[in-house]
Design a protein around this ligand. Structure first.
Ligand SMILES: Nc1ncnc2c1ncn2[C@@H]1O[C@H](COP(=O)(O)OP(=O)(O)OP(=O)(O)O)[C@@H](O)[C@H]1O
Ligand SMILES: [Mg+2]
Length: 323
């Protein structure tokens, strides 16, 4: 066990979280290597926050084992917490204090000497582009600025492992990209990250590996690109056509198809040979005078993988993400 654990920041084995009889997290196992950015991806209610909270010692595990930074979280939550940075999903800043005071008070929990705390706080303000807001009262900040402060605050103890529960929800596109950039910098400096998100672009941009969760269970795990290759291939051909014609199109497309998905009047055909698929189908459609609403060829993404795995979309993710 010990040889293995040295390289692993998190080892979850048969991890379960129950609320009464309801299993929010159902017997899941995964490992997060040191230096890695690991994603928990899934729709509302998938169990992402429940997992994050067990990892940062906020919520007791119901069964299974959970080792975080080489320690059993049930036994050593206190020691582990000192080495973690946490961005919880719900904002828990002190609204009556200023930005700088929030950082200073938080530094106090870690018993940082005042001069060290002050120095780090100033670095963090700069890093998160908040210097101008140092003396603003948190209550008067916009949601996006609060989010940035929450992220900055999580860095005050120079954590080895950052737990980020939807770090960019509520941020405008500019701020989201800024945060992504900062997270990449932290990763380059060796910080391990566990990140929950339902933004697929965020997962693709930041995560080395991820698990796709739904209703407390793991549907898949792997590298984003590998999951796309495995399940849907490189291209999606979207065709708007009445469902009665779906069978015909599927049969024509079959030599090139990797997978397909029907959503109402939309048929999505997945293939590694998107151009060939589109051209060949186009010829047949023209020859048979099929009435097609629209046709669009595009590269695939994690949304397609999720759709394929669950038959559901990750609600709202498409229009809210930024490329
Ligand atoms: N304290 C609680 N008591 C009872 N049920 C809970 C509690 N916390 C979470 N749940 C339930 O557990 C399930 C998983 O919730 P969780 O918050 O982990 O999901 P999530 O993936 O973080 O969702 P979201 O994307 O909305 O944040 C949900 O069905 C939720 O209603
Ligand atoms: Mg959540």
């Amino acid at each position: 066990m010990s040889e293995l654990t040295v390289d692993q920041a998190i080892i979850a084995q048969d991890l379960t979280k129950k609320f009464g009889t309801f299993s929010a997290v159902n017997n899941i196992s995964f490992m997060v290597s040191r230096g890695e950015c690991f994603g928990l991806l899934g729709p509302n209610g998938a169990g992402k926050t429940s997992i994050a909270r067990m990892i940062f010692g906020f919520s007791p595990i119901t069964s299974g084992t959970l080792r975080v930074l080489d320690q059993d979280i049930r036994i050593s939550a206190r020691q582990v917490k000192a080495r973690l940075g946490v961005v919880a999903q719900e904002d828990n800043l002190d609204p009556e204090l200023t930005v700088l005071e929030n950082l200073m008070v938080y530094a106090n929990y870690f018993r940082l000497p005042r001069n060290v705390a002050r120095e780090r706080a100033e670095e963090i303000l700069q890093f998160m582009d908040l210097t101008e807001k140092a003396d603003a009262v948190v209550d008067e900040l916009s949601g996006g600025l609060k989010r940035r402060l929450t992220l900055g605050r999580a860095l005050i103890n120079q954590p080895e492992l950052l737990i980020l529960d939807e770090p960019t929800t509520g941020l405008d596109p500019y701020a989201r990209h800024m945060v992504w950039h900062r997270l990449r910098q932290l990763k380059e400096n060796g910080t391990t990250m566990l990140l929950t998100t339902h933004y697929l672009e965020e997962a693709r941009q930041l995560c080395d590996r991820l698990i796709v969760l739904n209703r407390g269970t793991i549907l898949e795990q792997g590298k984003p690109a590998a999951l796309i290759t495995k399940h849907v291939g490189a291209f999606a051909l979207e065709i708007g056509v009445e469902p009665g014609l779906h069978g015909q199109l599927l049969s024509w497309g079959s030599p090139w198809l990797k997978a397909s998905q029907r959503i109402g009047n939309d048929l999505i055909l997945y293939s590694d040979q998107g151009q060939e698929l589109a051209e060949n189908l186009g010829l047949k459609i023209a020859k048979d005078h099929l009435r097609i609403g629209y046709q669009r060829l595009r590269p695939t993404n994690l949304e397609d993988v999720f759709l394929k795995l669950t038959g559901e979309t990750l609600q709202g993710s498409e229009d809210e993400t930024e490329g």
